[in-house]
Design a protein around this ligand. Structure first.
Ligand code: A3P
Length: 322
């Protein structure tokens, strides 16, 4: 580690014991940092980005709150910007999970040689993050910097259900499952990774209103309903609109098909158990149902009402709704 990184790591070590802690969703703890509940991993990532990330005007950052469609959006943006580099029948997405094709910023900024250096990546760099918008340094969020964020969010009721299933997959064997009631309480209190969920959405939503060229906000439900339109929108936003020739060749349709839940979840690489010490989460863990509205099968009417109330309160007057 060079001296600069050593200093950041030391600052992280000094800060962590001073932060408010809460029980997490698996065996982790979440810590309150600048208004958000993050794991130590997220906090360290944020501080390393502050001190060491060198943004480029061409950077594209896929931003999500966990369980809102990270896997899907990574795949879509990857295939949109690389559409001239690969054949759809022999595409990298048929052999690798999107998390292995899109560098996760918080992990790749470590500076300890354990991950590929993002400084060495060719432009345009496609990166991914779960961090809230307000945690990014000004050099990335002010209007003079040209790096762009593509964000996706999702109905919090479906996010909660997805996250609850995911948490129970991740809990070590022998640890009792997290009950839905517990998960619900944590989520409503805002205690979820990179939460409060609503504040995460609002940060990106407001930024997209103030800087529409810099931040594009999508909703999982809209992408499900109108995938072709959404793919075109992302391509336009990124400055690589589909040409009439590409439209004739139905490239947009190819991308939508390639990235669909049905196709992706059926690739061998996403079906097999890929768990390892380095990567305790298997590729298959990122695919469950991929539907809108599965919450009705899990949440009580009272739970859904409470969540809707919180959502309404939080988004009142912001112009945003699900
Ligand atoms: P469900 O648990 O509701 O099925 P993330 O990628 O942010 O971790 O989100 C995971 C959620 O997205 C899961 O939701 C998963 O099934 C769904 N998902 C994964 N790939 C998808 C795809 N290609 N299209 C639509 N949804 C997808």
């Amino acid at each position: 580690l060079d001296e600069g990184y050593q200093k950041t790591y030391k600052n992280v070590d000094e800060l962590l014991p001073t932060l408010l802690r809460s029980k997490g969703w698996w065996l982790d703890q979440l810590l309150q940092y600048q208004g958000f509940w993050l794991s130590t991993y997220g906090i360290r990532g944020s501080m390393l980005i502050d001190d060491h990330f060198n943004p480029r005007p061409t950077d594209i950052i896929v931003a999500t709150s966990p369980k809102c469609g990270t896997t899907w959006l990574r795949a879509l943006v990857f295939s949109i910007i690389n559409r001239n580099s690969f054949d759809f029948s022999d595409h990298p997405l048929r052999k690798a999970n999107p998390r292995d094709l899109v560098h996760f910023l918080e992990a790749h900024i470590r500076g300890d040689g354990s991950t590929a250096s993002i400084d060495g990546l060719p432009s345009p760099r496609l990166l991914s993050t779960h961090l809230p918008y307000s945690l990014f340094p000004e050099c990335m969020t002010d209007d003079t910097s040209a790096c762009r964020f593509v964000y996706i969010c999702r109905d919090p009721k479906d996010v909660l259900v997805s996250k609850w299933h995911f948490a129970n997959k991740l809990r070590p064997k022998g640890v009792p499952p997290l009950s839905l009631e517990e998960a619900f309480d944590l989520f409503c209190k805002g205690v979820s990774h990179y939460g409060p969920f609503w504040d995460h959405v609002l940060g990106y939503w407001k930024a997209s209103l103030e800087s529409p060229k810099k931040v594009l906000c999508l909703k999982y439900e809209d992408v499900k309903k109108e995938p072709l339109g959404c793919v075109r929108k992302v391509a336009n936003f990124l400055g690589v609109p589909f040409t009439p020739e590409e439209e004739n060749k139905e490239i947009v349709e190819e991308i939508v098909k390639l990235c669909s839940f049905e196709n992706m979840s059926n690739q061998d690489v996403n079906k097999s158990d890929t768990r390892s010490q380095e990567k305790p989460i298997s590729n298959s863990d990122f695919f469950r149902k991929g539907e809108v509205g599965d919450w009705v099968n899990h949440l009580s009417p009272q739970m859904s009402e409470i969540l809707d109330q919180i959502t309404e309160q939080k988004f009142q007057g912001t112009g945003f709704s699900f």
